[in-house]
Design a protein around this ligand. Structure first.
Ligand SMILES: Cc1cc2nc3c(=O)[nH]c(=O)nc-3n(C[C@H](O)[C@H](O)[C@H](O)COP(=O)(O)OP(=O)(O)OC[C@H]3O[C@@H](n4cnc5c(N)ncnc54)[C@H](O)[C@@H]3O)c2cc1C
Length: 470
């Protein structure tokens, strides 16, 4: 049986490990290395690292549509993608202390009042809630530990040698010295957004061919929920969108949080950008709504460098910016002020608009049109600048295995590949795990007669048709 090393205990890595052990793969052959903490030790400020990764401290909105949250169907087709999404959602419910509280919003028709200014993307979304995610994380972690999966916490993988099949990792503590190596037969690379630099370094070191990517940048918009209630009643995580095909720009509202909604700071490359999350517990209710207004801009040369430069220009006092015609910045769920430097409209003109290279006008228009659609809004809003989705240079992978062309035992999954959300990241991890199980079909199932059981599994009828049997 192969020794599998998973880098990143994020949504992708955890779903991969779960699928493997669920299907009888021995847990003691799986090692997960993460630079963050286990779910019992993870602190609220550790937004991006630790068990379930960014997904573990997110808003826990599980989208169920192939057009949302990154790419899955391009690898495996629509039907398989939906099946995998379903499996990820089922895992979140399976480890949920109160699965009956997971709610689904499934809008069926675009409401007339948003036309003609916006379109509304319609898709089902399950809402788990940040506070439950922590409990889910603990239950899920206990399950994997019980199955024998090895975890190495607080260690960062610093280098990979694909030729010798070695991962080199070191303790996070600044004074700790010494680097350790772990050998693998198969590697799952699921470092998420917090490991984007590492992915980029590897792409350069091994000259991976990559797929071209657009820029995704904008702001996190925040306002009292009452202004948007009419739309929230139709769709909890509403996705307003508009497209300017001739200019290569499209905009969408992204990751809407309501009821107990908080703006979250993300730190990438030493700069601050913004995101949001919502708590489920009524005790946290602040009756606010926040969402990203994200632009996707095609045709930018070196989109990654362009985005990074923009983000670095909209920082002041070592944090991002906040602008509002009327409101002070709000507080985090822990009662601290959201880290942001407040700026005036003059600074908007002098700093923000030039940094956005003229593209900020699309965001201004979006806000202006929201005021028409939601007339009570007027000046009662604020924006945290910037919100950014660094789409890592996507390595070209084999679509059946998500493995690199030159190293077929190295699989890229989650945000490190082409995902941008929980369900797609988990689905990519699960997809790779299915492939690995297929490779071990003989070892896992070969000695069994049809109808025999191993670890709760039935011997598949046609071993080669593994997609059907798993
Ligand atoms: C505040 C916030 C809210 C969000 N809300 C939602 C939402 O509601 N719905 C949704 O679908 N998506 C949401 N997202 C996005 C979603 O969380 C991610 O798309 C998803 O978690 C990606 O999964 P992943 O496994 O690829 O990476 P992650 O879940 O980010 O996990 C990556 C893991 O790798 C570890 N790691 C990174 N580099 C190394 C290294 N070198 N060595 C060791 N370990 C390493 C990190 O510690 C981390 O634990 C949100 C993100 C944020 C930040």
């Amino acid at each position: 049986m192969e020794k599998i090393v998973i880098i990143g205990a994020g949504v992708a890595g955890v779903n991969a490990a779960t699928k493997l052990v669920d299907k009888g793969y021995p847990g003691d052959h799986i090692t997960i290395i993460d630079m963050g903490n286990d779910p019992y030790k993870r602190k609220p400020e550790e937004v991006m690292t630790g068990f379930l990764g960014a997904g573990g401290w997110s808003d826990g909105k599980l989208t169920y549509h192939t057009a949302i949250g990154g790419h899955m169907s391009k690898y495996c087709g629509e039907e398989k993608a939906m099946e995998l999404f379903n499996e990820v959602i089922t895992n979140f419910k399976r480890f949920h202390p109160k699965p009956e509280e997971v709610q689904c919003s499934n809008p069926e028709a675009e409401p007339d009042f948003i036309k003609p200014y916006f379109g509304l993307r319609l898709f089902p979304v399950w809402h788990v809630g940040t506070d439950y995610l922590h409990e889910i994380g603990k239950n899920w972690y206990d399950y994997l530990c019980d199955k024998g999966v090895n975890f190495i916490w607080n260690h960062k993988v610093e280098q990979l040698n694909f030729t010798d099949q070695l991962a080199f990792y070191a303790h996070n503590h600044p004074e700790s010295k010494g680097i350790r190596a772990i050998a693998y037969d198969r590697l799952i690379f699921g470092v998420g957004k917090s490991g984007i630099d590492f992915g980029k370094q590897l792409a350069e070191k091994y000259s991976f061919p990559t797929e071209p990517k657009p820029v995704q940048i904008g702001v996190r918009f925040e306002a009292p929920q009452k202004h948007f209630q009419k739309l929230i009643d139709v769709s909890y995580d509403f996705k307003l969108y508009r497209k300017f095909d001739d200019e290569g720009v499209s905009l969408r509202s992204f990751c809407t949080n309501n009821n107990a909604a908080f703006v979250a700071v993300e730190e990438t490359y030493g700069n601050h950008s913004y995101n949001g999350h919502a708590k489920k517990d009524e005790a946290y209710r602040n009756n606010m709504t926040n969402f990203g207004i994200l632009m996707e801009i095609q045709g930018i040369d070196k989109p990654f460098d362009w985005s990074r430069e923009l983000v670095s220009k909209v920082q002041e006092n070592s944090t991002g910016l906040y602008y509002s015609p009327s409101r002070p910045p709000s507080q985090t769920s822990e009662g601290d002020n959201v880290s942001a430097t407040s700026i005036t409209s003059k600074q908007m003109d002098e700093v923000v608009k030039p940094a956005f290279h003229g593209y900020f006008k699309y965001i201004e228009d979006f806000i202006e049109d929201m005021k028409k659609v939601f007339p009570t809004l007027q000046h009662d809003w604020g924006i945290y600048i910037p919100e950014v989705k660094y789409l890592s240079p996507e390595p070209l992978v084999d679509y059946d295995t998500l493995a690199l062309a030159d190293f077929n035992n190295v699989h890229f999954v989650g945000d490190a590949l082409s995902a941008r959300g929980i369900t797609v990241s988990g689905a990519q991890g699960t997809y790779v795990a299915e492939y690995i199980i297929h490779c071990h079909d003989e070892e896992l199932f070969g000695h069994l007669e049809e109808g025999n059981y191993i670890g709760g599994l039935t011997m598949p009828k046609e071993k080669n048709k593994y997609w059907k049997s798993l």
